[in-house]
Ligand binder design. Structure first.
Ligand SMILES: Cc1cc2nc3c(=O)[nH]c(=O)nc-3n(C[C@H](O)[C@H](O)[C@H](O)COP(=O)(O)O)c2cc1C
Length: 423
């Protein structure tokens, strides 16, 4: 649905007394999601690192550019499509990989997939998803999907994840590099809440044959030690144990008795990220897949240059929505340097702080090939499940479409640097 249709449907709803259930303005969207979600679930999504200065910087960077609209250019027909890796996409929006979506809604990744399918927007599966990729792929039908990888300490697990991603139709692998260590997030530290320790957001692992084998080997080694007498569990600990068990795709009671849920979490904690990762590791992945590989989280021009030299096929300029390094460079500020270093050899995408159509317009004007939606769609999910995600996507596409037309552009190709001035 394009801008005018979306506007009209909202205003017509008003005539018969209905208002959008999913607020259009970002602040109201966030506030409504806060009310709909559990306090720790909302905090996990909203959190930034440290004093959240990177979260603020991402927004401030957009505000430092102004659009200069052009007139009298017949913008009655507008083409929002972009081409990425030989495939034409209907709009320049993709859904960013977001882990632990069950914190927002019980239907989690499946609801997002249904929305992506209905709106024709590509979905990037998170390594920390709440639902195994194969099930989400099924729900997507023909909709494009990519897989986001966190490089595990076990190369066998990496291989297995990539092979599964290929088998379920993913058309690119996105390696996220900015989270080999978890950032310092006061909003999660104060309530002492990390979802993974409660068995949430580890479905790609618990559904993985290689990971399952490693858990069994741990059990054979007596790791973790299930014979140690347990202290009497508190109610909260019991709830956690039950959640852990549910993360494991076996009969609930069998898992509870065998302690595999806890063993899986233990194995996950021991192996999920690899801070020792270097450029020398990239050939391992390059040799194992013919899919395009994008590196997500690059901000320095030298890293971008090196990525292209290493045979990578794309870059996502991202600071993880300000969740990793407090006081980091805003992505829109990093974009020009990265683009210059890459010199058109591979597409450069951007995320972190996209809150409306004009943000996407600015990123594309400066040279981004496409943008990733992050927190806004999670908030839509929290408020109204799949329908909420659909509405958020529709609003972004509508806003972008209208901004493009009002700025005097008929297609994304015409969205170029001339459209912007420094504030
Ligand atoms: C709750 C949450 C979970 C996330 N999980 C992942 C993840 O599993 N993998 C990943 O590459 N990025 C993850 N990200 C980062 C997003 O992909 C994206 O970079 C970020 O949300 C963009 O910032 P924005 O939401 O402020 O627009 C996550 C972000 C949030 C808010």
């Amino acid at each position: 649905m394009r801008g005018i249709e979306r506007q009209t449907s909202i205003y017509l709803g008003g005539v018969s007394g209905t208002r959008p259930r999913v607020p259009v303005a970002f602040d109201a969207l966030e506030e409504t999601a806060r009310e709909a979600m559990s306090p720790e679930g909302f905090a996990y999504v909203a959190a930034g690192a440290g004093g959240e200065r990177t979260v603020a910087a991402n927004r401030a960077a957009f505000d430092r550019w102004r659009i200069v609209p052009r007139m009298l250019r017949d913008v009655s027909e507008r083409d929002l499509s972009v081409e990425l890796f030989g495939r034409r996409l209907p709009t320049p929006f993709l859904l960013a990989p977001i882990g632990v979506l069950e914190l927002a809604h019980p239907e989690a990744d499946l609801a997002v997939a249904r929305a992506a399918r209905a709106e024709g927007i590509p979905m990037i599966f998170s390594n920390q998803a709440s639902t195994p990729m194969e099930r989400v792929a099924e729900a997507l039908d023909e909709t494009p999907r990519w897989f986001q990888l966190y490089w595990s300490r076990s190369n066998e697990v990496v291989e297995s994840f990539v092979a599964r991603a290929e088998a379920c139709g993913c058309s690119a692998i996105v390696v996220t590099l900015d989270t080999t260590i978890l950032g310092w997030r006061p909003r999660d530290l104060d309530p002492a809440y990390l979802p993974f320790l409660r068995g949430k957001g580890i479905a790609q692992y618990t559904s993985d044959p290689v990971f399952q084998r490693l858990v069994s080997e741990d059990a054979d080694d007596g790791e973790p030690d299930d014979d140690t007498p347990e202290p009497r569990p508190s109610l909260a600990a019991l709830r956690t144990l039950i959640n852990l068990t549910r993360a494991y795709p076996e009969d609930f009671w069998t898992t509870l008795r065998s302690g595999r849920g806890r063993a899986a979490v233990q194995r996950f904690v021991n192996s999920y990220s690899r801070p020792s990762l270097t450029w020398e590791d990239l050939p391992f992945l390059r040799e194992r897949t013919r899919l395009p590989i994008l590196l997500k989280g690059l901000l320095h021009p030298d890293d971008a240059r090196r990525a292209v030299d290493a045979g990578m096929d794309g870059i996502v300029v991202s600071n993880h929505g300000g969740r990793q390094v407090d006081g980091a460079i805003a992505t829109l500020d990093a974009l020009p340097g990265v683009l210059e270093a890459v010199a058109g050899r591979v597409p450069v995408l951007l995320d972190s702080g996209i809150r409306g159509g004009s943000d996407a317009f600015k990123a594309l004007s400066l040279g981004a090939a496409a943008v990733l939606l992050g927190r806004p769609y999670v908030y839509g999910l929290g408020i109204a499940g799949a329908q909420g995600v659909r509405e958020v996507i529709q609003n972004f596409v509508a806003d972008f479409d209208l901004t493009m037309g009002l700025a005097g552009c008929r297609s994304v190709d015409e969205v170029a640097a001339e459209a912007l001035v420094r504030a």
